[in-house]
Design a binder for this molecule. Structure first.
Ligand code: ACO
Length: 440
């Protein structure tokens, strides 16, 4: 099976018996990818049989063909362009992974240097953006600032807006990757009331971000190697995750050929929700609320109580019905990072580990195959690195920009791409006569 191709590998026959009408059989093509379940192509179904398929949460619906990321949720496998996430997290820089996601191959030395150079020389944002940020209240959530500031890039970079021109598409991609750390750090500095710190071209991607986050004009700031390494790993683990809610949002927004920066802004908005990227912030709030290992049973019971809206944050996943491989890497990383930064006996880590142990033995979680996801341990590492909790989802957005950009590029160059336009089952009033206001 060729990479990047969806090949016909069979047919599905659908027998429809609707109402009292005579049964009807419809033959639908089946396509196979290189790995994972095959798909039944239902595009001709309405034409052939006059019915739609109904799948509001996309439980059984593939929305596109993609050669970027493979997930096997039952086995707990995540691969980018064929490489296991663990190998990438252990051996690569985040920019190497960005290159891999965007261009399909790991870069050689020369390709890497050129790519890193381009990114480095686009990290500064237009000076007007400083003024845009100043319009936000100081207490604004960093995600609100990111949604606004990233979408506002669409007003500045007119030479990278022709999405059908490969060079402009590349330039827009580079700009997005390069400017996200700058905007994220600016959102943080703004909330503190500290001056923005400009990017430094002598630092690598991750160290530059940490410098913009923590340096002040008053004294020399040395980026810690431990922090840079941990941040690099966190960025890689969050870089892409196939057609998750925010990526699908970016794809749907872009399917109308909209401005790429605005489409990434749409993705950031979606990511903000606590059922998606906002969960990392919610996990820390939850661990704080639990407060002590002795209170865990009470919270487990609340999570199981259908009358109580409380859920174990950082637990469960639409696709993983096994341990999220990213959470496995982060759990190990938690111990290493906390030890290296000298945090011994972190109460939050203790509560998290005990919570995981109890939940994984509890019938409710076992039956539903609910395991820790990537957000369960990431917050504990961010906290050890002195990242404020409100910025956790912003860091997720910064990392996921790689995936959004790669998926956007793939979509724009896909000859099968069409505007995304789901259908619905109408359950409202049938036609009725208009009643003038005086008679209502
Ligand atoms: N705590 C308690 N019960 C849960 C949890 C949880 N965290 N997650 C799912 N369940 C239960 C549901 O109540 C449901 O039970 P039921 O069958 O008795 O009704 C069952 O497990 C299936 O859950 P759904 O919500 O139907 O599953 P879905 O695939 O729609 O949701 C989601 C997945 C949103 C991630 C969910 O597990 C959740 O809300 N988790 C907590 C938030 C979170 O950690 N989000 C981050 C996801 S990863 C990411 O975006 C990076």
């Amino acid at each position: 099976m060729a990479v990047g191709k969806m090949e016909g590998c069979g047919k599905a026959t659908l027998k429809l018996e609707i109402g009292g009408a005579a049964p009807k059989e419809v033959e639908l093509p089946v396509y196979c990818g290189t790995e994972g379940p095959s798909v039944v192509d239902v595009r001709g179904l309405y034409r052939e049989a006059g019915v739609f398929t109904h799948d509001p949460g996309f439980f059984s619906t593939s929305s596109c063909a993609s050669a970027i990321t493979f997930i096997d949720g039952e086995e707990g496998i995540l691969r980018h362009r064929g490489y296991d996430i663990q190998d990438l997290a252990d051996n690569c820089t985040y920019l190497e992974v960005c290159y891999l996601l965007m261009y399909g191959e790991l870069p050689n030395e020369k390709e890497y240097q050129e790519f890193a150079h381009k990114i480095t020389y686009h990290t500064m944002v237009h000076e007007q953006i400083n003024f845009l940020l100043r319009g936000f209240p100081r207490r604004a959530h960093p995600m609100a600032i990111l949604v606004g500031s990233v979408a506002s890039l669409s007003a500045f970079y007119h030479d990278s807006l022709d999405i059908f021109d490969e060079k402009q598409r590349d330039l827009a991609s580079i700009r997005m990757l390069a400017k996200m750390p700058t905007l994220t750090a600016m959102a943080h500095k703004y909330s503190l009331g500290q001056p923005f710190v400009y990017p430094r071209n002598d630092l690598d991607y991750t160290s530059n971000f940490l410098h913009m986050m923590f340096a002040t004009p008053c004294e020399e700031y040395k980026v810690s190697d431990v922090a840079a390494r941990a941040m690099n790993k966190l960025l890689i683990l969050h870089a892409d995750h196939e057609q998750n809610a925010s990526t699908s949002t970016v794809r749907l927004a872009s399917s109308s050929q909209a401005n790429p920066f605005a489409c990434i802004g749409a993705g950031i908005s979606c990511l903000w929700g606590p059922a998606h990227g906002g969960a990392n912030e919610a996990v820390i709030d939850m661990l704080e609320e639990i407060g002590d290992v002795s209170n865990i049973p009470e919270f487990i019971n609340r999570a199981k109580d259908k009358e109580d809206p409380f859920r174990l944050m950082g637990f469960g996943h639409r696709v993983y019905k096994n341990y999220d491989p990213r959470a496995a890497v982060l759990k190990l990383s938690c111990d290493e990072v906390l030890e290296e930064v000298g945090v011994t006996n972190s109460p939050k880590l203790q509560i998290a580990k005990e919570l995981e142990r109890i939940a994984l033995e509890d019938e409710y979680f076992v039956e539903r195959k609910l395991f820790p996801n990537v957000d369960f341990y990431s917050g504990i590492i961010y906290e050890a690195l002195h990242i404020p909790v409100e910025l956790y989802t912003g860091l997720f957005a910064m990392a996921r920009t790689a995936g959004w950009v790669a998926q956007w590029r793939e979509m724009i160059s896909d000859p099968e791409q069409k505007i995304g336009r789901p259908r619905q089952i109408y359950t409202g009033e049938p036609r009725r006569d208009f009643v003038p206001m005086k008679k209502r």
